[in-house]
Write a protein that binds this ligand. Structure first.
Ligand code: AMP
Ligand code: MG
Length: 354
């Protein structure tokens, strides 16, 4: 039973009504039979398949147009299952991270032989996570297998955080889309590898760098989190090599002195039609054709949860250029916003000194 057309099924946040369970059971049957199911998580929507079925996993790469050398995260319904798929015997710090789960956190560990190499893109390690979303965990549990899932966007586009944006990219490519409403965190999971001498942050997200340091002691941050890579440079996480999260129009980021940022954008927008993504505090000062606000400077979680949705929404605006304000610092969730915006803009940043 693989469907010809994409079916959209609604599931509530608690994922526990009779209708929710019927829909999740239906989607789980599709997973078991080697099909593709888009499901909600607290971070972004995922495009899932049975992680132990090589043929099904290949369909994920095909549907997304994802490069074969960019490995996938396996999603589990409980943290104890990590031991089924990863070599966990001598890994320091893992128990402390497991205690955080379910969480917007992905841990990279040595893979057990049961994991097909199509998941790891041939690497010896596998990325594993236990999502907080009740719908996601119920789907995994009912499927009875780990679910491999990257974000449910076409490769390179912003990750979808609502069913409408999933449909833009995945209608006709996935068998089922589970519509579980908007994703709360809004940026993909934090990725940490425990396969290096010192635990190393590869991608910032909802579990912050500061939190990881407080739990594990010393944590390194991959330089690729905030810096562009040199041509041909090898990195621990292959996903960092690709342009990502990009709207259709060019994006320029601004940071530093607020009034200078505002003047710069207003001057540019007097000559061409522009959109700007900014905080509530800056919105009244900006004269762009479209001013998209993401919440207060005091609430970067709100900015994070709306970021991808706003980047996508710029595609339907009649503008030639997009500006976005970077957060004032890189602490907490701001590090994730900073990291995603840098990639969306291809590291095109204008800095204004005080
Ligand atoms: P996405 O699923 O679209 O959120 O992307 C998953 C990210 O996890 C990509 O940046 C991958 O490169 C990274 N990743 C997945 N598996 C591994 C692994 N075994 N080692 C290093 N990075 C990984
Ligand atoms: Mg992705």
């Amino acid at each position: 039973m693989i469907l010809e057309k994409t079916k959209v099924l609604k599931v509530s946040k608690s994922a526990d009504t009779k209708e929710d369970l019927q829909n999740l059971y239906f989607a789980a049957e599709i997973i078991k039979k080697g099909g593709l199911v888009v499901f909600p998580t607290e971070t972004v929507y995922g495009l899932g398949a049975n992680a132990l079925d090589e043929k099904a996993v290949r369909k994920i790469y095909e549907a997304k147009g994802r490069p074969q050398n960019n490995p996938l995260i396996i999603h589990l319904s409980k943290s104890d299952d990590i031991d089924l798929y990863c070599e966990t015997g001598k890994i320091e710090g893992l128990d402390a991270l497991k205690a955080l789960m379910p969480a917007p956190l992905t841990v990279i560990l040595p893979a057990k032989p049961v994991i097909p190499s199509v998941i790891t893109a041939g690497l010896p390690n596998v990325a594993a996570r236990v999502p907080m979303s009740a719908a996601a965990r119920k789907l995994i549990e009912l499927s009875g297998v780990p679910i491999a899932a990257p974000s449910a966007n076409l490769s390179g586009k912003p990750s979808p955080t609502c069913a409408k944006h999933v449909l833009e990219d995945m209608d006709g490519r996935a068998d089922v889309i589970i519509d579980g409403g908007d994703c709360e965190v809004g940026v993909e999971s934090t990725i940490i590898t425990l396969c290096e001498e010192v635990p190393t942050l590869l991608r910032p997200g909802g579990i912050t760098f500061e939190k990881l340091c407080s739990i594990l002691g010393e944590v390194h941050m991959s330089h690729a989190v905030l810096e562009s890579l040199k041509p041909g440079e090898q990195v621990l996480s292959p996903g960092m090599m690709y342009r990502h999260y990009a709207p259709e129009r060019p994006v320029e980021l601004v940071k530093g002195n607020r009034m200078k940022c505002v003047d710069y954008i207003n001057t540019r927008s007097s000559k061409e039609d522009c959109a700007v993504i900014c905080y509530d505090e800056q919105a009244p000062l900006l004269k762009c054709k479209y001013v998209l606000t993401a919440g207060s400077e005091k609430d970067n979680q709100a900015y994070a949860s709306k970021l991808f949705s706003m980047l996508r929404d710029t595609n339907s605006l009649d503008v030639s250029y997009i500006f976005a304000f970077l957060p004032v610092d890189t602490t907490g969730i701001s590090l994730a916003i900073y990291n995603r915006l840098l990639r969306a803009a291809g590291f095109n940043v204008k800095t204004f000194d005080d």
